[in-house]
Design a protein around this ligand. Structure first.
Ligand code: BGC
Length: 741
């Protein structure tokens, strides 16, 4: 539809019709056969109202959505198509590693391919826009949604966010296989006080702008068609009613002109926050802030009409929001083809295709982080007998709570993949039921009913299974212990104050350790965990996160050495929960703790724990070794218009082909606003044959040296800088350069 036609359409629409375009209802209200069911948060809509809401969330399936679209449009006075949205977070049916794991890959192009593949499955299932990527910066391992983020670093986070937006959207939204992306949750949802879900966020404007906003901005610059508000208050004002945040920062400064949607029920929550007295005020505040769509609450639906009729809100404000929604529908091509790519026949071909499974395996392998590999126990040796032990040995659900259509049955477990091995001898004992480990965790909702059942079933497990495991461990040359955090222990509403593994798993670990010291521990989970004892007492430690459909195959491929794990930590792995939030790009303080020397009493440190995390950001091992030279600069000073080229030579000094992630860190030594001890400004993942050497160059520009100054300007200041090119945030030798006027 041409812009003029869109405008004419808007003019023809009644007030009621316009309001309806701004309502998004959960799929539970609809069924494919056009029957209406359900209510939400106690809100009841009439049949008529439900049939008029402009968008719906949570439904997929080509045939059902086609039927629904037909029924809907037939009732629409102007035949405006319904918009279908869904949480496609790390895959629709083919499940890719969780976003945090994709962050660990340090490979945005790979994340882009995963998003594209997930988008293709969603598109063919009739979905138009996904609620992803989540650009929230995360530094607190207690927060459950770390799993859905790309980690603690603003630069890595921004690169991944932009790549994922491109992966979903491609060049044009209406192209086949493309869906819209929604950057969320604006803003700073990842910094809830004490890591507790939905809690308030208190951040100085400096911290907000410097570290939290850049990733959203990169997602918007990459063309995201939608942004979602966050649940939290930001410095006392709920985001969903925050005019400054949405109008000044998001729309004016960042130039976002797409659709702004609230998070689930967040417009109504303006009342619970104590920010608005009732629905009418909540509707007005959210509209004034520029929130176009009210997701899953009845506030817009019930109040906007009255506000306009009583002249408490201008119709122009309404028109602007509606026009943005219509424009999105138009960009998706829905006026010409309301089903977009939804196609039942194609669903069978596109979904879970071999190609997608292959990509899921590749992504899993690239996301695994090898933290320790003593005596080169990995890769496993063919002549050795290996026992696979632990609750995750035969575990199918290697995905998060956000794997919308993911099904355990599609996955191959680690022991199933091991059984297909021809060259290695594995013996699997899936001892210790997963759920038994999590007494005290009750989570009941529709999708998790099996939880309780499984818990009961698992109680029947006997001591014999454990004895069998210990016998197998004693007889094996090497034990691979598969332990972890349950998938429902991370994700939305899954904050934790204890980030250790369950005691029952630790008991198993210790019992195995008594009979066999050659332990390789593989850890599953959706956040950085406290792995001190495991790390100390295992010979090798591999973080597998929640690897998705191909997790089992990927793990066996890495253990046997057919592939190498190439992930690097996207979040510092804390020593313990008391260190949290712990992240590398901190400030030095006036009394920095001396490193590796006798502690100075009055210095910035803990009495009972080192300041450093157990494993630092950017760290991870592979199966070969590298040497990286000290960086050489083509010049050691630059003006604002000039550039410096910083190069290192890297050589693969090991015996096999392998990958390394070269990371560029910079420090501004003295500035009018104190700068972090190091900041990531670039990275390159490279792969070299044994003996192969390569020169790797990073370009340093003035823009990379800017920060948010006291007056709120992005600026750089003349003076001395340090630069590292290294394989983690704690390695490498610094070289200096100067920025001159
Ligand atoms: C989450 C969002 C999600 C939305 C729709 C909310 O509870 O915070 O991230 O997209 O639900 O499912």
């Amino acid at each position: 539809m041409k812009t003029e036609e869109l405008k004419t359409l808007l003019e023809k629409m009644s007030l009621e019709e316009k309001v309806h375009q701004l309502m998004q209802l959960p799929g539970a209200y609809y069924q494919g056969n056009a029957e209406i069911t359900g209510n939400m948060n106690g809100d009841q809509y009439t049949q008529e109202e439900v049939w008029e809401a402009g968008s719906v969330l949570g439904l997929y399936g080509a045939q059902a959505l086609r039927q629904l679209q037909d029924a809907y449009m037939a009732r629409q006075p102007h035949h405006i198509p319904l918009l279908f949205m869904l949480d496609v977070i790390h895959g629709l049916r083919t499940i890719f590693p969780i976003p945090l794991a994709q962050g660990a890959s340090f490979h945005p192009a790979l994340a882009e391919r995963c998003a594209q593949a997930a988008g293709e499955e969603a598109a063919v299932s009739g979905v138009h826009v996904t609620f992803a990527p989540m650009a929230d910066l995360v530094r607190d391992a207690r927060w459950g949604r770390c799993m859905e983020a790309y980690g603690e670093d603003p630069y890595l986070n921004g690169e991944m966010t932009a790549a994922v937006v491109k992966g979903f959207q491609g060049e044009k939204l209406r192209d086949v296989g493309r869906i819209g992306a929604c950057v969320k949750h604006f803003a700073a949802y990842g910094a809830p006080t004490a890591g507790r879900e939905y809690n308030n966020v208190e951040l100085s404007e400096h911290t907000l702008r410097e570290y939290y906003l850049p990733a959203y901005e990169k997602g918007i610059a990459a063309g995201a068609c939608m942004v979602m508000t966050s649940f939290n208050t930001l410095n006392g004002i709920p985001s969903t009613g925050n005019r400054w945040l949405m109008r000044d920062v998001l729309r004016r400064e960042m130039g976002f002109d797409g659709v702004l949607i609230s998070d689930w029920g967040a417009v109504k929550e303006l009342i619970a926050h104590g920010y608005c007295e009732g629905s009418e005020e909540a509707a007005r505040r959210a509209m004034e802030a520029g929130v176009d769509i009210d997701m899953a609450s009845d506030v817009y639906g019930k109040s906007l009409l009255r506000l306009i009729r009583e002249e408490k809100m201008s119709e122009e404000l309404l028109d602007q929001a509606v026009y943005r929604v219509l424009t999105l529908k138009n960009k998706l091509g829905l006026f010409e083809n309301p089903y977009k790519d939804g196609n039942g026949t194609q669903e069978n071909i596109v979904i879970l295709s071999e190609e997608k499974r292959k990509l899921a395996k590749e992504a899993a392998i690239e996301s695994f982080v090898l933290l320790k590999n003593q005596d080169e126990i990995l890769p496993l040796k063919k002549e050795n007998k290996v026992a696979l032990i632990g609750p995750y040995t035969d575990w199918k659900d290697m995905h998060s709570a956000w794997a919308i259509a993911g099904q355990g049955q599609d996955a191959i477990t680690v022991s199933e993949a091991a059984a297909l091995e021809k060259e290695f001898v594995f013996c699997s004992v899936p001892v210790e039921p997963i759920l038994e480990s999590y007494q005290g965790l009750s989570r009941k909702n529709g999708s998790d009913v099996q939880w309780e059942e499984a818990l009961l079933e698992n109680r029947k497990q006997t001591q014999e299974q454990r004895s069998a495991a210990l016998t197998a461990a004693a007889q094996a040359d090497t034990v691979v212990l598969l332990l972890g955090e349950h998938r429902l222990q991370s994700g939305e509403a899954a904050s934790r104050v204890d980030i250790r593994l369950p005691e029952r798993q630790m008991e198993l670990f210790r019992a195995v350790r008594k009979v066999n010291q050659n332990i390789v521990t593989v850890v599953f989970g959706g956040r950085p965990l406290d792995l001190r004892e495991i790390s100390e007492e295992s010979k090798a430690l591999l973080l597998a996160w929640l690897p998705g459909t191909e997790g089992g195959n990927a793990i066996i491929e890495v253990l046997t050495g057919r592939s190498e794990p190439t992930g690097r930590l996207p979040m510092s792995l804390p020593q313990c929960v008391g260190q949290v939030p712990v992240f590398y790009s901190e400030y030095q303080t006036g009394r920095p703790a001396a490193k590796g020397e006798d502690p100075v009493f009055y210095s910035s440190r803990y009495l009972d724990c080192p300041n450093e995390p157990l494993y630092p950001f950017g760290y991870g091992l592979g199966y070969t070794s590298f040497e990286i030279t000290v960086p050489i600069l083509n010049r050691n000073y630059m003006s604002r218009e000039e550039k410096i080229l910083a190069s290192v030579e890297i050589v693969n000094t090991g015996k096999r082909r392998g990958s390394q992630v070269l990371q560029l860190y910079i420090r501004d030594c003295v500035a009018s606003v104190v700068r972090p001890v190091k900041e990531l400004k670039g990275f390159q993942k490279i792969c070299l044959n044994p003996g192969e050497r390569k020169q790797i160059t990073f370009e340093i520009t003035e823009e990379m040296l800017r920060f948010h100054d006291e007056k709120g300007r992005w600026t750089s200041e003349e003076g001395e800088f340090q630069l590292w090119i290294s394989d983690s945030c704690v390695t490498g030798r610094a070289v200096g350069f100067t920025l001159r006027g």
